[in-house]
Design a protein around this ligand. Structure first.
Ligand code: DMJ
Length: 676
């Protein structure tokens, strides 16, 4: 065994080593310096110049990389901050005692209403000082709240009820996505469609029966399907009423609620659906909540797009169906509170706006806005100007379309997914999709053109060009069954991936053809409709995944491949939406049958006993579809509404010659043609 080394030896050894190293380094420095001095002056200047240039370039790219990194980390914060499952402080709602006001309702053909000429462009953009964020919330009549004034969720009280582990799906969805009666005066109101009982009482096929002109032409058995949709709606509504009244979304498994903006999203999104379905009592109760409890004077950041399509669109649609001024007043209040979002250097609006303080901002990680978001608020803002005769809303909305129309960076009419609020230029160029972040841009080109009486040529031009771009770059067929699908283009590389969101396209294409656009668009619509149907049919649960990958392999294997992260189903509407359009225009009963299959699958795998429907995590596993414990507001606002309209024999119910549906399925009137 060796004796331990002496301390002085260690010190000496270390000291030697240090001095050795020091001398070596000094020597290297001196020799480098000598070499440098020996270089010709010109060469030294050139090297210094190059080094300075490199430094500047490094600094420049650092700031942009830093923004991206900051973005990534802030985005995580944002997702957390905006987690719709935040439990807001809950205030007791004193209002409830009053019985629902009687409701008289619409014939739901074109409602009579103020069709005002559009005025001059006078944008009024207000700015209020920022205030400290204060979340507040309201809830519905205590009598409706079985769980009373819950501090959090029932699931927290009873952990055993937290059955639903959420896998990557929801987080992923957030990353890619990306957001109504009254004492109605009898002379101004239109009648709601008859309730189920009233309908039964009416003679089937009787031309005199209200709202039933086309019944005789269609196959028997339809009323059962209609009633099944009403039942589904009542079941969903029951869950919402019992456990989430006045809140944004129902969490049906834990029998609690989730908050997003604190604006009663599900209730507002559902109002016109209830009106259309003739659910008068439910409608009156919800209307009472809007009257007594819906306040936009709250210090909360809302997403401009989501609030516009769901809340502003829902209120405007309800106003048109009922002629109840309450909805118009609420719409005006909300519209003016959203206006600060447009106060940007480029006039491309910020994604978020605080409706209480009047301040707006982009997401914290970027100064970009999502393209679909800024170009899918136009129907609503234009309609708000139309009914109020105040042009400020349509001016800001039209300006966005004007800017995007002339913007360089499109690819045969296809648009990138982001646009910068400072420069007004497209950003993250080179990625083209008809799915998340771009989808409703294409939908609203056509629908604005229709809304405005088919007079705005730029919109039509952009739409037609985009459809050509889609056909040229994004349409492919699968190897095995020759299914036509829409893929994505990423820096000139084709990816055979299609979001369920893209299934809005068959319906939109068909709507265009109905309005005089080229007949070959219908061929594409028919083929895509078949594909969207197969995205449901080929799954074990009969429900589509959020994203499908298609096989380009020749003639063998499956057409639709689903990746584990894409297996969720959020109760989305796009396929049944397109089925509705396809049936209205072709009368082919297969589209109804396909919709019926989808409704049955929703009932089998997503219906929650006691009330509500839930998103699921795995459409490939019928034994365990893995409920996610969330009922999105669009299930009531869109999915069930389109199913109802699909099965309704009244083909004049919300005639597509008179109404244009916004991207959240809220019908808005088509304006009369301008005087010649
Ligand atoms: C809805 O909010 C709207 O349909 C929007 O256009 C897309 N996302 C959901 C439904 O999937």
């Amino acid at each position: 065994m060796f004796p331990p080394p002496r301390k002085d030896f260690i010190a000496l050894t270390l000291g030697d080593a240090h001095s050795h190293a020091y001398n070596n380094a000094k020597h290297r420095r001196q020799s480098c310096w000598r070499k440098w001095k020996r270089l010709p002056r010109l060469q030294r200047s050139l090297i210094l110049f190059l080094l300075a240039l490199l430094l500047i370039l490094a600094l420049l790219s650092y700031s942009s990389i830093a923004e991206q990194w900051r973005g990534l980390s802030d985005k995580e914060d944002w997702l957390e901050l905006n987690d719709r499952n935040l439990n807001f402080p809950v205030a007791q709602n004193p209002a409830a005692g009053k019985p629902p006001a009687p409701v008289v309702g619409p014939d739901l053909g074109q409602a009579e209403g103020p069709d005002e000429p559009r005025g001059p462009n006078v944008p009024v953009l207000s700015k209020a000082p920022p205030k400290k964020k204060l979340f507040s919330n309201r809830r519905g009549p205590p009598s409706l709240r079985k769980d009373g004034n819950l501090p959090a969720t029932k699931a927290e009280e009873n952990p055993k009820q937290q059955l639903v582990p959420e896998e990557g799906g929801e987080e992923e969805e957030k990353k890619v996505v990306s957001w109504r009666g009254a004492m109605i005066e009898a002379d101004q109101a239109t009648d709601a469609p008859p309730s189920a009982n009233e309908k039964e009482a009416a003679a089937p096929g009787n031309p005199a029966a209200p709202g039933n002109p086309a019944a005789t032409d269609l196959e028997a058995g339809t009323p059962d399907r209609l009633e099944a949709v009403r039942d589904a709606f009542r079941h969903a509504w029951k869950g919402y009423k019992d456990h989430a009244w006045g809140h944004d979304e129902l969490k049906p498994i834990s029998k609690s609620f989730g908050e997003w903006f604190g604006l009663g999203l599900t209730l507002i999104d559902s109002l016109d659906t209830m009106w259309i379905m003739g659910l008068k009592e439910e409608f009156a109760e919800a209307r009472s909540w809007v009257e007594k409890d819906l306040s936009f004077n709250k210090n909360v950041d809302v997403n401009l797009f989501e609030t516009t399509i769901r809340v502003l669109g829902g209120l405007l649609s309800c106003y048109h169906l009922t002629k109840d001024q309450l909805f118009l007043e609420k719409a005006k209040d909300l519209g003016s509170r959203l206006m600060p979002a447009f106060k940007t250097p480029s006039k491309i609006p910020f994604s978020d706006v605080n409706i209480g303080s009047g301040t707006a901002h982009p997401p914290r990680w970027t100064s970009d806005s999502t393209l679909a978001e800024v170009t899918s608020i136009q129907l609503e803002f234009r309609e708000l100007s139309h009914v109020t005769q105040d042009p400020q809303y349509q001016d800001v909305a039209n300006e966005i379309m004007r800017l995007v129309h002339k913007l360089p960076g499109k690819h045969d009419g296809l648009v990138p997914m982001f646009i910068n609020t400072n420069s007004g230029q497209f950003s993250h160029k080179g990625v083209f999709t008809l799915g998340a972040r771009a989808d409703s841009y294409y939908e609203y080109l056509l629908k604005q053109w229709i809304q405005g009486g088919k007079t705005e040529d730029d919109l039509l031009e952009d739409y037609l060009q985009a459809v050509e771009g889609v056909k040229k770059h994004l349409v492919r067929q699968t190897g095995p069954s020759r299914l036509t699908f829409i893929g994505e283009l990423t820096h000139n590389r084709f990816s055979p991936k299609m979001d369920h969101l893209v299934c809005f396209l068959p319906g939109t294409l068909a709507l265009g053809v109905q309005n005089g656009l080229p007949g070959d668009h219908m061929d594409l619509a028919v083929q895509l409709m078949e594909t969207c149907h197969q995205m449901y049919k080929q799954m074990e649960t009969g429900l589509s995944p959020e994203i499908a990958h298609f096989s380009l392999q020749a003639s063998y294997g499956k057409d639709v491949v689903v990746k584990p992260a894409d297996r969720h189903n959020l109760l989305r509407p796009e396929t049944v939406e397109s089925l509705f359009y396809m049936f209205r225009f072709t009368k082919d009963p297969k589209y109804r049958d396909w919709g019926w299959e989808i409704l049955q699958s929703f009932n089998k795998y997503t219906k929650v006993p006691g009330g509500g429907y839930t998103s699921i995590n795995n459409v490939c596993d019928p034994a365990n579809p893995a409920p996610r414990d969330k009922m999105e507001s669009f299930f009531l606002g869109e999915t069930l509404k389109y199913l109802f309209l699909l099965f309704s024999d009244d083909l004049e119910l919300l005639s597509l010659d008179k109404y244009v549906f916004n991207t959240e399925a809220h019908p808005l009137p088509i304006w009369p043609p301008p005087p010649k």
